[in-house]
Ligand binder design. Structure first.
Ligand SMILES: *Cc1c(COP(=O)(O)O)cnc(C)c1O
Length: 481
C-alpha cells in the first residue's frame, strides 16, 4: 500500500473551494506567515477515500472480529444508540450556562439528571456526577472527593490502601491526589490477603481502593469485613467499577459498604471506545460526599420539576471537565439503560459471567489456570505450560491475529506470569466462543508439536512484532508495502 504522499500528482485536486468572500484577516506578524505552501498530498477524492478505507480495514474492531481483550469489555455497541446522541446534536454546549439558558435545555439536563439517578440506582449510591471523561479521570475525581471529605472533617490522612490485584490506574490516581500507596498482596485463593490487610490499616489511611471484580476476574467475598475495618479507621471505601458487567442487578456496591464508585460508560453501558469514541467515567457517592461533587451540579426542584444548575458551592472540588463532560457518550448510555431496563441488565451480567466461565472450563485442560475458581466477566490463564516449550503469551497472541482474532490481553495482570486475560462479553454467541476456543486449543497443540513455528507470526499483517511502547509514542500510521 502506497503512502498517501506517494500517490500525490501535482495539480490533482479533491475539492475546489470557492474564492473567499470573508474580508482579509488582520495583518499577521511576518514571523507567523508561511513562506511556502504546505506540502499536502495532491490527490482526488476517490484516491483519498480508498486510501483511508483500506487503512481502516487493517484494523481490528468489535464490528469485524471477536475482540476478547480482558479488562476492556469490548462488547458490541448497538448502532441504534448513536441515534440517541444525534437527537441532541443541534444543542450548543453553552446553552445551559447562558442567563435563562436552563429553560431552553430542560430535555438535555433531564437526560443527564436521569442518567445520574439510574446509575445511582444500579450502584446503590445517593448521587452521581457524570462529568469525568474516563475511568482513570473518575478515579481521580473520586479521590479528590475523598480528600475534600477528610479535609472538611479535619482528618489527617496520608495513605490509600490498594490490593495488588487492582487495576494499575488505582494507585496512580491516588498518588496524583497526593496520597502514598500501601499495597496489599494477593492470597493463594485470589483475594486480598486479609491478615496483611489488617496490618496495613491505621488511622492515617484515607481510603481502601478496590477493583471489583479484581483483575483476576474474581469477586472478593470479604467485602463487608474489609469495609467494617476501613470505616473503623474513618477510611472510605472506593470501588473501581470500570467493569460493572458482572454484577449489575446482582450486588450494589453501595449496599455492601462502599462510599465512592466510578463506572465506565464505555465499557459496561454500551458506548464505543478504543478507536471508536471517547469515554465517560461517572462517579457515584454516598450522601456524606455529595457537598463536594463537581460543579455545575444539576439540581431538581421536587415541586416544579424544573432543573437548575448549582454553580456557586464553595465546598465543591470544582470543575473536572468542560461543560458536562462527554455529553454524547451519556446520551448513548442513557438509551442503553432505558432500552435494557432492570431485567435486561441482569441478563447482561448473567450472560457475561456464563460466557467467561464457559471459556475458562473448556480451555482449562490446555492452559494453566492459576486461580481455579468461578470467575466473573473474565478469566485469567497463564501460558506457563506453553513456556515450557519456549512459547510465550505474546506468541499465542500473534497466532490469534493470523486467525483473524483480536488477541486477549496479555501480560496483565502483572501478578500472573505470562498472563492471558480473556473477556468474551455477553454480546457473543456460543458459536463464536466455540470457534475461538478451538483456535486457542490449536495454539496449545502447535506449541507442543512445533514451537518454532510461532517465531514468524503474524504472517498476515503489514507490520509484525512492534515495539509497542515506541509505536504508541512515535506513531507512523501509514506504512509502505
Ligand atoms: C479500563 C479500566 C480503568 C481505566 O479506565 P479508562 O477509561 O481507560 O481510564 C480503570 N479500572 C479498571 C478495572 C479498568 O478496567
Amino acid at each position: 500500500m502506497q503512502l498517501i504522499y506517494e500517490q500525490s500528482v501535482p495539480g490533482r485536486r479533491g475539492v475546489r473551494l470557492p474564492a473567499s468572500d470573508v474580508p482579509p484577516a488582520p495583518e499577521l506578524p511576518p514571523s507567523l506567515l508561511r513562506g511556502e505552501p504546505a506540502a499536502l498530498p495532491e490527490v482526488s477524492e476517490l484516491d483519498m477515500v480508498r486510501h483511508f478505507t483500506n487503512l481502516s480495514r487493517r484494523n481490528f474492531s468489535v464490528d469485524t472480529t471477536f475482540y476478547p481483550l480482558g479488562s476492556c469489555t469490548m462488547k458490541y455497541n448497538a448502532k441504534v444508540l448513536e441515534n440517541a446522541a444525534n437527537l441532541f446534536a443541534p444543542l450548543h454546549p453553552m446553552t445551559a450556562l447562558l442567563p435563562g439558558g436552563e429553560a431552553c435545555c430542560q430535555g438535555a439536563l433531564g437526560m443527564l439528571y436521569d442518567l445520574g439517578q439510574l446509575l445511582a440506582d444500579v450502584t446503590g449510591m445517593d448521587e452521581v456526577t457524570t462529568q469525568p471523561l474516563a475511568g482513570a479521570h473518575g478515579e481521580m475525581t473520586g479521590m479528590l472527593l475523598i480528600a475534600a471529605y477528610h479535609r472538611a472533617r479535619g482528618n489527617r490522612k496520608r495513605y490509600v490502601v490498594v490490593p495488588d490485584s487492582s487495576h494499575g490506574t488505582n494507585p496512580a490516581s491516588a498518588a496524583m491526589v497526593g496520597y502514598e500507596i500501601i499495597t496489599v498482596p494477593t492470597a493463594p485463593y485470589g483475594d486480598m490477603a486479609m491478615e496483611l490487610f489488617r496490618q496495613a490499616m491505621n488511622d492515617e489511611v484515607a481510603a481502601v481502593m478496590m477493583t471489583c471484580p479484581n483483575t483476576l476476574g474474581l469477586f472478593n467475598p470479604h467485602i463487608r469485613e474489609i469495609a467494617d475495618i476501613a470505616h473503623s479507621h474513618d477510611a472510605l471505601m472506593y470501588y473501581d467499577g470500570a467493569n460493572l458487567n458482572a454484577i449489575m442487578g446482582k450486588v450494589r456496591p453501595g449496599d455492601v459498604g462502599f462510599d465512592v464508585i466510578h463506572v465506565n460508560l464505555h465499557k459496561t453501558f454500551g458506548t464505543p471506545h478504543g478507536g471508536g469514541g471517547p469515554g465517560a467515567g461517572p462517579v457515584g457517592v454516598k450522601k456524606g460526599l455529595s457537598p463536594y461533587l463537581p460543579m455545575p451540579r444539576i439540581v431538581h426542584d421536587e415541586t416544579s420539576g424544573f432543573l437548575t444548575l448549582e454553580l456557586d458551592n464553595p465546598a465543591s472540588i470544582g470543575r473536572t471537565a468542560n461543560f458536562f463532560g462527554n455529553f454524547s457518550v451519556m446520551a448513548k448510555a442513557y438509551a442503553y439503560l432505558i432500552m435494557l431496563g432492570r431485567e435486561g441488565l441482569i441478563q447482561v451480567s448473567e450472560q457475561a459471567v456464563l460466557n467467561a466461565n464457559y471459556i475458562k472450563e473448556r480451555l482449562k485442560p490446555w492452559y494453566e489456570l492459576p486461580f481455579d475458581l468461578t470467575c466473573m466477566h473474565e478469566c485469567v490463564f497463564s501460558a506457563s505450560r506453553q513456556l515450557a516449550h519456549g512459547v510465550h503469551a505474546i506468541d499465542i497472541a500473534k497466532f490469534l491475529i493470523d486467525r483473524g482474532y483480536h488477541p486477549p490481553t496479555v501480560y496483565f495482570p502483572l501478578i500472573v506470569k505470562e498472563a492471558i486475560m480473556i473477556e468474551p462479553t455477553e454480546t457473543e454467541s456460543k458459536a463464536t466462543l466455540d470457534a475461538f476456543i478451538e483456535t486457542m486449543i490449536e495454539a496449545a497443540q502447535l506449541a507442543e508439536r512445533d514451537p518454532a513455528a510461532f517465531a514468524a507470526m503474524p504472517v498476515t499483517m503489514p507490520v509484525t512484532r512492534l515495539d509497542e511502547t515506541r509505536a504508541a509514542r512515535e506513531q507512523q500510521v501509514c506504512c509502505s508495502g
